[in-house]
Design a protein around this ligand. Structure first.
Ligand SMILES: Nc1ncnc2c1ncn2[C@@H]1O[C@H](COP(=O)(O)OP(=O)(O)OP(=O)(O)O)[C@@H](O)[C@H]1O
Ligand SMILES: [Mg+2]
Length: 347
C-alpha cells in the first residue's frame, strides 16, 4: 500500500437492482483482487417486483441495505455505487481538437447541446476516447460525455449516511458490467444485461462504452409470457422459468414478444452505429439464465452469442465462495463496481 494512499485494501461495490441489492467486497493481496465477501438481499417480499418505484420503495431500500450490511460486516468504509442506466445519459460527441485543460471549459458550454437538462441539475463527467492513426489526423476528437442527475447522487449519499459508509464514487451500471465482463478486451462487443425490470444494451469498442440504451423489459415480462401461454400462476411460471426446461423449442415452445423486441433494439443500435464486425453478443444479468436464451438470440440477431463471466478478473476460492459461481451473472454490476476501486489504486 502506497504511503500516500488513503485507501484500505478492501473495496466494496453496491448495486441497487429493482429486485435485489447485491454487494461484493474484494481484498487486494499482492496487487491482485480476491473475492473477500458478498451480500444479497431482496428489496421486496414479492417474488417479482410488479412496479418500478412505488412510494414505499425508498424505505424498503434503506431497510434492505442496512440488513444486508449488518450480515456482511464489510471491512471497507467506503463504497462504489451504481446508478441505474435509465437515469443517466451516455453520448459520444465530436469536439474540435484541444488540450485537456481547455476541454473542461468547452464541455461546460457544449454539453448543453447534448444533455436534455439544466447543468445545475446534472453531474457531467467526460473522457477523451483513444484514437487510431487515421482518427488522430482529423481536426476533431471523440469525447464521451456521461451525465447523471444530481438528485440521484444526493439520494444515494443520504442512503449510505444512514449505514455509516461513505460513497467513494457513483457510476452508471453499464460501465460497471463492462469492467467485470469485458475488461480491456479489444474489438467490438454488445453486452446485454437482462435484469428483473430492465435490460441494458451496451455497445463497447476496445473496452470503451460507446452506446448505452436501456429498455423496460426484463425477467418479469418473461414470467408474464409464460403465465399467459401456459395459463398458470406467477409462482408456477417463475419455478418453470428457473428450471432446466427449454421453452424456445419442441412441444413446450412459447412465444416471447418482449425478447423479440430486445433483439430488434440490438439490431437498431448496431445499424445506427454502422458497426461492422461484432465479436460477440455477451449476455449477463439474472434473467439471462433462461435456458436456451443464447441460442435464441443467435437465431434472432445472427451474432455469435456467449454468456459473460464476471469472475474472470478476480481470484476466488470456489470451495469457500458459497453460491457465487451460480450467481455471478446477477453480481456482474457489483463485481465491476468493486473492481473500479481496485483500478483506482493502481493508477
Ligand atoms: N435461473 C434463472 N432463469 C431465468 N431467470 C432467472 C433465473 N434466476 C433469476 N432469474 C430472473 O432474473 C431476474 C433478476 O435478475 P437481476 O438480479 O439481474 O435483476 P435486478 O438487477 O434486481 O433488476 P434490474 O436490473 O431490472 O434493476 C428476475 O426476473 C429473476 O426471475
Ligand atoms: Mg441489474
Amino acid at each position: 500500500m502506497g504511503f500516500f494512499s488513503s485507501h484500505s485494501e478492501y473495496f466494496l461495490g453496491v448495486d441497487f437492482g429493482m429486485q435485489s441489492i447485491k454487494a461484493v467486497e474484494l481484498k487486494v493481496i499482492k496487487g491482485k483482487p480476491h473475492l473477500f465477501n458478498y451480500g444479497f438481499v431482496n428489496v421486496t417480499n414479492a417474488k417479482e417486483v410488479p412496479d418500478a418505484y412505488d412510494k414505499d420503495h425508498a424505505q424498503r431500500l434503506e431497510d434492505a441495505l442496512s440488513q444486508m450490511l449488518s450480515q456482511m460486516k464489510p471491512q471497507a468504509k467506503t463504497a462504489t455505487v451504481a446508478i441505474p442506466s435509465f437515469n443517466g445519459l451516455v453520448t459520444i460527441v465530436d469536439f474540435p481538437r484541444m488540450n485537456e485543460k481547455d476541454i473542461a471549459n468547452a464541455i461546460q458550454f457544449e454539453s448543453r447541446k447534448y444533455i436534455p437538462a439544466s447543468l445545475d441539475e446534472v453531474n457531467v463527467s467526460w473522457e477523451i476516447l483513444k484514437e487510431d492513426e487515421k482518427e488522430a489526423k482529423k481536426p476533431t476528437m471523440r469525447v464521451l460525455l456521461v451525465a447523471a442527475p444530481k438528485s440521484e447522487v444526493k439520494y444515494y449519499d443520504n442512503l449510505f449516511k444512514g449505514v455509516n459508509i461513505s460513497i467513494d464514487s457513483l457510476e452508471l451500471e453499464s460501465f460497471s458490467i463492462v469492467r467485470s465482463v469485458i475488461g480491456n478486451t479489444q474489438g467490438r462487443f454488445v453486452l446485454v444485461d437482462f435484469g428483473a425490470k430492465t435490460t441494458n444494451i451496451v455497445l463497447i469498442e476496445d473496452g470503451v462504452v460507446c452506446v448505452n440504451r436501456s429498455v423496460d423489459i426484463g425477467g418479469y415480462d418473461i414470467t408474464s409470457a409464460m403465465m399467459q401461454s401456459l395459463n398458470i400462476t406467477r409462482e408456477r411460471a417463475i419455478a418453470l422459468k428457473e428450471s432446466d426446461e427449454n421453452f424456445f423449442t419442441g412441444v413446450t415452445k412459447i412465444g416471447f414478444p418482449s425478447l423479440n423486441y430486445v433483439a430488434n433494439e440490438i439490431k437498431r443500435v448496431l445499424s445506427a452505429q454502422k458497426s461492422d464486425k461484432i465479436e460477440a453478443l455477451v449476455l449477463c444479468g439474472g434473467a439471462s439464465k433462461l435456458v436456451g436464451l443464447p441460442e435464441y438470440f443467435k437465431q434472432l440477431t445472427g451474432l455469435n452469442v456467449t454468456t459473460g463471466n464476471p469472475l474472470s478478473h478476480i481470484l476466488y476460492d470456489e470451495q469457500n465462495s458459497g453460491n457465487m459461481k451460480a450467481l455471478s451473472g446477477e453480481f456482474a454490476v457489483a463485481l465491476g463496481l468493486a473492481l473500479r476501486g481496485v483500478e483506482e489504486i493502481k493508477k
